[in-house]
Design a protein around this ligand. Sequence first.
Ligand SMILES: [Zn+2]
Length: 246
Amino acid sequence: MPLSEPQEVLAPADGVCRDSRLRGAGLGHGFTTRVWGDMRYARHRQAALAKVGAPELDARILRQVHGNRTAVLRCGDESGLPTQGDGWLTDRPGAVIGVVVADCLPIWIWERSGKAAGVFHAGWRGLDADLPGLAVAEFARTFGVKPKDLAAWVGPHAGACCYQVGPEVAQRFPREIQHLRGGKIYLDLGADARRRLVAAGLSTDAVAVSSDCTICRPSLYYSFRREGGRGPRCGQMLAFLWLGAS
Ligand SMILES: [Zn+2]
C-alpha cells in the first residue's frame, strides 16, 4: 500500500493532535493536549474520547513501567490481558487502547492497510530497552506483519532543545543522538526512536517524528520535567488508537 506524506496536525481546534496517515489507514487516533485536562482521570479521557467519536467510553490503560513489555489485545477473548506494560498491539476493531505520557514519546505503529496497530510509551529507559524494535518484532510474531508493511508516528515529546541528561544516561546512546550545548548534554529521543524503528525494518519514509517539544510549549502540553512531577499544573496526555474508524 502506498504511503501518503505524513501530515501532522498539531494544536487543532478540537485539542487533539493527529497524523493524517493513521486516518488514511482507517485508524481512529489522537494525542490530547491540555485543553482536555489530566488524562490520568477517567472522566477527562471519557470527555475527549466522546468528542472524537470513539466507539468505547474509555481507553484501556496499562500501568506503565518504563520497560519494553507490551500487551496484545486480539479479536475475541479479553481474559488474561496483562495489567502492566508500556504499550498495546491490537487487531480488534473498535477496541480503544491508550498510553499516558508527559515528555515521554508516544509512538503509534500500524500496518499500512489498518489490519493491526499499536500505541506505545517510551522514555529513555524504554528506548534503551529497545521497545520500538521489540514492538515491531511483536507485530511479526503475533500478526504475521512484516516490518516493511508498517508505518510509525512519534508524537510530541521532550525535544533535544530541552531534554538535558547526565553522562550516565547519555553514554547509553550513540553520539549522534547527543547534543552538547554550554557544557551540558541534551538527548534527541525522537531521533533515537526513528533510528530504532528503521533498524527494525521500517522504511525511512514510513517513520514520522514530531518536532513539537512538550517542555517548550506549556500552553499545549503537560511536561513532567517542566512541572517537576507534582503540583496542580501537573498532568499527562493520552495517546489513543482504535481500528475500524470510518
Ligand atoms: Zn523544548
